[in-house]
Design a protein around this ligand. Structure first.
Ligand SMILES: [Fe+2]
Ligand SMILES: [Fe+2]
Length: 257
């Protein structure tokens, strides 16, 4: 895998001898998982850019989304560098296992794009932002702090895109009650689906991190478990409600069926 050619500058070197090797191994595995997630996100945003073009979105909106895909590839490299610094060997997920973006058959191209924007940015990227912030709150290691902050700066912009996109769709949603209701119905599923994906069941029985694990960025288990609901209720739902999308009701009635 190519090394990142970012302008963020080289972070301070990682000092593995400063920590319990078991803590380093646990945190290294988290960065390996993050690497896989970043890599998948690159292809999700690439597919989303195509759906935006099909919906007739302006070229600059499509361009921003493709740039987000590039950001995710750079994050993939950042994670790979971090795994290496912690003594591991970075491994990309197999291409055939990359997730396909939902096609929402039978829906309009604009409905399809808006639904996938809501899921991938307003919900997923906002949760990623909250997760990185929770980790930074406890993280002391200077190498990992530099790596995390470099990724977080982009993820904040990725989250913002979704709300700007929903704002641009406001007139269309206002004029098309059927489409507006379809978005609200979809949100019930999206909140439930993301909850299943982003709140791991194991978090409920995860042991509390040791002092070294905390210094390497593992937040207390209760904070990790509550992160999704706190972020949705505190930030995402109110922002979507402000844009005229019935997110509060969708959150309350969220269901996979
Ligand atoms: Fe990312
Ligand atoms: Fe992102």
């Amino acid at each position: 895998m190519a090394r990142a050619s970012s302008s963020e500058g080289a972070p301070p070197p990682f000092e593995p001898k400063a920590y319990d090797p078991r803590a380093v191994a646990r945190v290294r595995e988290r960065w390996s998982g993050q690497l896989r997630s970043e890599y998948r996100s690159a292809f999700v945003f690439s597919a989303l850019a195509g759906q935006m073009a099909e919906a007739g979105d302006p070229v600059d909106v499509v361009a921003v989304t493709l740039r987000m895909a590039q950001d995710e590839l750079r994050h993939t490299d950042t994670c790979a560098d971090t795994v290496r610094a912690m003594g591991g060997v970075p491994d990309l997920p197999a291409l055939e296992r990359l997730p396909a973006l939902a096609l929402h058959a039978g829906e309009s191209a604009r409905q399809r794009a808006l639904r996938n924007v809501l899921l991938t940015t307003c919900i997923s990227e906002m949760h990623a932002v909250a997760s990185f912030v929770a980790s930074l709150d406890v993280m002391k290691d200077p190498h990992l702090r530099a790596r995390t902050r470099a990724i977080l700066a982009d993820e904040v912009l990725h989250g913002e895109l979704g709300f700007a996109y929903a704002e641009a769709a406001q007139d269309w949603l206002f004029e098309q009650a059927t489409e507006r209701d379809a978005v609200a119905r979809y949100l019930r599923f999206a909140f439930a689906w993301a909850e299943r994906e982003l709140v791991p069941a194991r978090a409920q029985r995860m042991r509390e991190p040791t002092a070294d694990e905390t210094a390497l960025g593992i937040a207390p288990s209760e904070a990790v478990h509550d992160l999704y609901a706190t972020t949705m209720r505190g930030a995402v739902v109110p922002a979507l409600e402000h844009l005229g999308i019935a997110a509060e009701d969708a959150w309350t009635r969220r269901a996979l069926a």
